[in-house]
Design a protein around this ligand. Sequence first.
Ligand code: AHG
Ligand code: MN
Ligand code: MN
Length: 311
Amino acid sequence: MVKRSQLTGLTGLAEGGGSINIQGEEQKQLDVMTNEVLKRALRFTGKLGVLASEEEDVPVDVPSRKTDVMFDETSKYVAVFDPLDGSSNVDAGIPTGTIFGIFEHEEECVVENSSDMTEDEMKCLVNTLKPGTDLIASGYCLYSSSCFFVMTIGNGVYGFTLDENIGEFVLSHPNIKIPPTSKIYSFNEANMPQWDPPMRSTVEKWRLGTGASGNQFSSRYIGSMVGDVHRTLLYGGVFGYPSDKKNKNGKLRLLYEGAPMSYLMEQAGGLSTTGTERVLEIVPEEVHQRVPIVMGSRDDVQEIIDAYKNA
Ligand code: AHG
Ligand code: MN
Ligand code: MN
């Protein structure tokens, strides 16, 4: 859909700009459609109890299809996802992606109709949301020069590339390990004056080559988390959206951006922190809660953690 969007009229805002998600963001046509496609595909597996998405106001109960012979699996899993990450970039042909995480589903909530939930039903669904340490799988698809699928089930990170000639994802990046030190940082530097002092001073050192590694850093920032994280995993580097004076919790969402990507990052040998806390250990209180993030090469992220500790 992304690849053909310039030709199929799927560029631009949904409902001429009238479609706003719960977080107050204008939805693009592709935000809405990719969400629907993912929801249907996940429902069809018959394995899901609950799903939560950037483009859904509240978690969605996935009705059990146990009566249908095709759907005899129990609804064992919770899926959280960002259907189209980086969608502000999509009409300019800049890489975008899909991020997902999978949890095991323990709580049984009986919800008749997701659009008309009682407070108790809603509480039950929100209770199904767990910290990143409980993820059993996470990953992303990157829609770029190739279509990549990168995932972990808790034993390393595996990258596949779509071979369009055969219609299959081929294992192209077995056991991805992020280099432990790096020379690349990836932040929206326009926010730098508002960052916490330890964050600012460390990045200033990296610019001058006076940080712990002595490396003189370069800057790379796409503004699509999936693209920036993919490069960071392969080349090494530090990607983040740190806390700033205006946005204490940064911008990225814990459940379907921060936690799944942090799980991948740790599985690849990297680190992911808010500056003071391991992102994977944060217990979500709300579906769309934001979290400050600094993730990437182990030694460089450790330098940020140390700077916060010493401050
Ligand atoms: P989304 O398109 O799903 O709303 O997420 C965009 C995110 C992320 O992909 C990126 O890292 C960040 O927003 C960019 O934000 P700025 O434009 O503030 O740099
Ligand atoms: Mn996103
Ligand atoms: Mn999105």
